[in-house]
Design a protein around this ligand. Structure first.
Ligand SMILES: [Zn+2]
Ligand SMILES: [Zn+2]
Length: 236
């Protein structure tokens, strides 16, 4: 029996139930938090339960429900922020004038200690995750892939049976579909992905029956989800 090299714990945060993710290297018990969008107390409960030492914060993209509490968390824990890609700078700037919303922490602007580029790698303990730049939902969106676990943390690029919304500033549905087919699918059908909202799935499953990016949907050029309809995601 071999232990898993990387463990994860999902902590839904904010009224959008964003899947903040604690992940850690089981050999060193060093870990990271991906997308601390709020509810830092809940995130720290998961960190303490895991018994790990936090090394860093990783960000997929700079929407409030993913990155709104990154500055507070970085300061409180004394840990650096890596990601997203610098094309999300304008979303980071927007955190400054986000309005108060019930259930959300007051978002704060942050400065990444490291911007990420396509094909960069990030470390968590002795584990290495590959970075892919996947614009479309936001221009600077990145995803993290741990090849040994065949696990991808994809933020708001792809969900079970839907895709990220592209009706927000600088969203681009065609670009999002290209990110999914050219950056995610080549990682392999067996890859399990953890989306920013909702439940886990595999790339192979979505290629089969996702109404927007199944192989058939891509071949026939299906348009974006309608935010007014049930299949359209209601969160950022
Ligand atoms: Zn988003
Ligand atoms: Zn989101």
């Amino acid at each position: 029996m071999f232990d898993k090299p990387l463990e994860t714990a999902i902590v839904p945060v904010t009224p959008f139930q964003q899947n903040a993710t604690v992940l850690w290297c089981t050999k060193t018990m060093k870990g990271a938090v991906i997308d601390p969008g709020g509810h830092l107390d809940r995130i720290m409960t998961a960190v303490d339960r895991a018994g790990i030492t936090l090394e860093k914060i990783l960000i997929t993209h700079a929407h409030r429900d993913h990155a709104g509490a990154a500055a507070d968390f970085s300061e409180a824990q004394g840990i650096p922020i890596e990601g997203p890609h610098r094309d999300d700078q304008f979303w980071i700037d927007k955190l400054a004038d986000a309005k108060e919303k019930p259930g959300f922490d007051t978002p704060r602007v942050f400065t990444p200690d490291r911007w990420l580029e396509n094909n960069d790698t990030v470390s968590v303990g002795e584990q290495t995750l590959d970075v892919r730049h996947c614009p479309g939902h936001t221009p600077g969106h990145v995803i993290y892939f741990h090849a040994p676990s065949q696990l991808a943390i994809v933020g708001d690029v792809l969900f079970r049976r839907t895709v990220g919304r592209t009706d927000l500033p600088r969203g681009d549905h065609e670009q999002l579909v290209r990110s999914i087919t050219e950056q995610l699918w080549p990682l392999g059908d067996e890859v399990m992905f953890l989306p920013g909202h909702g439940r886990l799935s595999t790339f192979g499953q979505e290629r089969e029956d996702n109404p927007f990016v199944s192989d058939l949907a891509v071949a026939t050029g299906v348009g974006p989800p309608d935010p007014e309809k049930a299949l359209g995601p209601a969160f950022d």
